[in-house]
Design a protein around this ligand. Structure first.
Ligand SMILES: NC(=O)c1ccc[n+]([C@@H]2O[C@H](COP(=O)([O-])OP(=O)(O)OC[C@H]3O[C@@H](n4cnc5c(N)ncnc54)[C@H](O)[C@@H]3O)[C@@H](O)[C@H]2O)c1
Ligand SMILES: [Zn+2]
Length: 363
């Protein structure tokens, strides 16, 4: 395999969330490319049910919490960079989980940043998310780029899923979202992901450190968690098909997303870890650059698994965004990253990829 960056080898990297779906793939790639890893994961019950996945065992992870300052003070000396993947993921069920999201994601990030400052570690790659944008970007033929008003329940109930122009009520075309688009987190999870960026940005200004905030789009691939309320849509479709059921697609299935393979996301992380340290915090979309609809994902996976075709069930939820697809240019220009795994190949392989077993304690 070609190294992500031929000039930088032998870094020592603390990877938080190292037993997770994405963190474990980052760890494997770092090791393959000759770096040393210090793996930290709290094995969150809603993610793991307390068991370490087999693929993480070989890296001898430290089982501990990113909010444990004393533990970080022991792990950080000698570390060149931190790759911060640990988070409580998913969109949440109701406001009762807000303290947990804020605790793991924001207080956890704050404790980590303070410990990095004490240890003199100045390079951070932060796992951020497309959810910081809220709705994607839209263009009206008459008014150019506009921000659509939230979709009205009456429109959704009538099957009018696409947002309209706030100025002329005309149709809008979905466009690619650049990193400088307005930010509008719409869930507790999304709010805590954006707060992570703000905390890391403040840390960078105070310390002179640098942060690549990688805004992943819809990540799928081997090791994705199976069957949890927090699982991504690809995993939910696969579980339905494995049980002989059609994948159930909300709205009309025309929601556009960017599905990016987890091995590409891992490579983006290694490229960011080995790139020159940026000035302050620089957000970067990590995507495939190849938008597809949720209906296409369900259809492709159903074909790959020889299962029943998708069932379009309508039933949009007002908080859901209609389209969000990423502009891939900044990642190419600043990190030399372009996705390698195409949609058909990635989704076909996903039909048989190993998945992480569901947590014993369903949240
Ligand atoms: N999966 C996606 O599509 C996606 C998209 C955008 C962003 N992200 C971000 O990528 C990162 C990794 O997500 P993932 O999909 O691999 O989720 P995951 O649940 O598989 O992995 C997260 C890991 O973090 C660990 N963790 C959580 N809180 C912790 C704490 N306080 N201390 C130590 N470890 C802790 C969990 O035990 C888990 O192993 C997260 O920051 C997530 O917000 C994921
Ligand atoms: Zn208009």
């Amino acid at each position: 395999m070609t190294p992500a960056c031929p000039t930088v080898t032998g870094m020592r990297v603390l990877v938080t969330g190292a037993a997770g779906f994405i963190g474990s793939q980052v760890v494997d790639l770092l090791v393959t490319e000759g770096h040393q890893v210090v793996c930290l994961d709290a094995l969150l019950p809603q993610a793991h049910g307390g068991t370490l996945p087999d693929w993480s065992r070989r890296h001898d992870p430290v089982i501990g919490d990113v909010r444990d300052a004393e533990l970080l003070d022991r792990l950080l000396p000698g570390v060149d960079a931190v790759c911060h993947q640990a988070a409580m993921v998913g969109h949440g069920l109701d406001p009762s989980d807000a303290p947990d999201y804020a605790g793991h994601n924001d207080y956890g990030t704050a404790v980590l940043l303070a410990a990095m400052h004490r240890a003199g570690v100045s390079r951070l790659v932060l796992a951020s998310s497309m959810v910081v944008y809220g709705e994607g970007r839209y263009r009206c033929d008459r008014h150019g780029v506009v921000r659509p008003a939230p979709r009205r329940p009456a429109d959704l109930a009538a099957g009018r899923y696409d947002p309209t122009c706030p100025d002329c009520s005309g149709p809008l075309r979905p466009d690619l979202v650049p990193e400088d688009a307005p930010l509008e987190p719409r869930s507790t999870y999304a709010a805590t992901k954006l707060a992570q960026e703000h905390l890391a940005g403040a840390w960078a200004r105070q310390t002179g450190g640098g942060v690549w905030a990688l805004r992943y789009h819809n990540v799928y691939g081997p090791r994705m968690p199976r069957d949890t309320p927090y699982a991504g849509v690809a995993s939910i479709f696969r579980s339905a098909l494995a049980a002989g059921q059609p994948p159930r697609v909300y709205e009309d299935g025309g929601q556009r997303r960017d599905f990016v393979h987890v091995t590409d996301v891992a490579r983006a992380n290694v490229l960011a870890l080995t790139a020159p340290t940026p000035d302050g915090l620089v957000p970067v979309n990590v995507c495939s650059g190849e938008p597809h609809t949720i209906g296409e994902l369900a259809g492709q996976l159903a074909r790959a698994m020889g299962g029943p075709p998708p069932q379009v069930v309508g039933g949009a939820r007002a908080a859901d965004v209609r389209h969000v697809t990423a502009d891939p240019r900044r990642a190419r220009e600043l990190l030399g990253y372009t996705a390698r795994v195409g949609f058909v190949d990635g989704v076909t392989a996903f039909a048989t990829d190993p998945l992480r077993e569901p947590a014993a304690v369903a949240a």
